[in-house]
Design a protein around this ligand. Sequence first.
Ligand SMILES: Cc1cc2nc3c(=O)[nH]c(=O)nc-3n(C[C@H](O)[C@H](O)[C@H](O)COP(=O)(O)O)c2cc1C
Length: 357
Amino acid sequence: MKYSLLLTPLQINQLNLPNRIVMPPMVTFLAKDDGLVTQAHLDHYERSAGPGLIIVEGTAVLPEGRVSKRQLGIYSDRHIDGLTQLARNIKTNGAVAAIQIHHVGATAFAITQKQKYQQLPMILFRLLKQQLMTAGLFRIQEAFQNAARRAIEAGFDIVELHGAHGYLFSQFLSPLKNWRLDQYGGSLENRRRLLLEVFRATYRLAADKALVTCRLGIADGHRRGLSLSDGLSTAALLEREGAKLLDVSCGSGTPDYLRPEKSRYSDRLHLAHRAKSVLQIPVIGGGGIRHPDLAEQALEDGMADLIYIGRGILADPSWARKTVEGKAESIVLCRGCRPCFHLTDSSRCPARRHKQN
Ligand SMILES: Cc1cc2nc3c(=O)[nH]c(=O)nc-3n(C[C@H](O)[C@H](O)[C@H](O)COP(=O)(O)O)c2cc1C
C-alpha cells in the first residue's frame, strides 16, 4: 500500500487515530471581537477533514492574551457551545479532536497598554511589563485551568498547551526573554516552573476525561536562548508528569544551527527527531512538508511518529483526504510563500486560487 506508514493507525490510551497525519494548530482569525466560533470556523475544519488528529488553532485563554482581536477564544463559558459543535464535527469526521490553548505572554500587555506607556524609555517599559506580569500570573494560571475545563466540557479529547514560538511559556523558558528575579526566572528549574505548574494542574483537572499535551519549543533560534539540552530535559519532564504525546516545535526563532547540512527535513522536524531520542511517548513533528511522499519518508527515517501538515492543508484543505483515498497526485501543493498569506488574507493564497477537487 502506498503511504503504508502514514496511513497506519495509532492508539494513544483510549484514543484511536486512524492515520499519522496531523493538522497542527493554525490561527485563522475567523472570529469576531467576541472570540466565538463562527460558521466560517466550522466550514474550515469540515473542509480540512482527513487527518487522524486535528489540533484546533491557538485559542486565547484571556481576552488580553490574544494575538489579535479576531482570535478564537476560550476565556468565557459563552465559548463552550460553539466549541462543542466544533469538537463534535471533527470527531464525526473520524479524527481525534484536540485544541491548543494559548496566551501571547508579555506582548499582551504591549498590545493593550501600548498607547498609554509608549512614551516611556524601553528599559522602563520592559521592567514595568514584567512587574505587571508578576501581578497577573495567578490570573493567567487560573485562566488556563478555566480554559482546559471548557475544552473538556466541549468534548475535546486532547488539550494542548502552547509552549512554543516565543509566546508565554516559551518566553519564560528562554534565558534571553526571561529577566525575572523571582522564582519564575533565572535557573532552568525556575524558568520552566510556570509551564510545569500549569501542566500539572491541567493534568489533574483532565483526569481520565482528556489527555494533556504541550507544543513544546525545544530550542530557541539564538544560541544564547533556550538550549537543546534544556529543551529536551523539559520534554522528558513533561513525559514524567503524564504527557501521553508531545508536539515538538521551536521556541523563539528557528535553531537552524542544529540542522545537518543538506538535510531534506526542516529544523523543526530535526527537533522532533532529537526529542524522540529522549522520549518513549509518540512525538508529533513536521515543518515544510508539502507532499505525502516526504511525510512517508520522514516516518520511515524515524523523524517523528506523527507528521503535521500545516500550510499544506491550508493550501489544499483536501490534502489528507486525497492522501487517504490514493489521490495524492491531485493535491494542490503549497507554494511556500513567505510570509504565508493565511496569516493575513487566505483568499490571496496562490494555491487556493487554483480550482481544487
Ligand atoms: C497561518 C498560520 C497560523 C499558525 N498558527 C499557529 C498556532 O495557532 N499555533 C501554533 O502552535 N502554530 C501555529 N502556526 C505554525 C504551524 O502550526 C506550523 O508549525 C508551521 O506552519 C510549520 O508547518 P508547515 O511547514 O507544515 O506549515 C501557524 C502557521 C501558519 C502558517
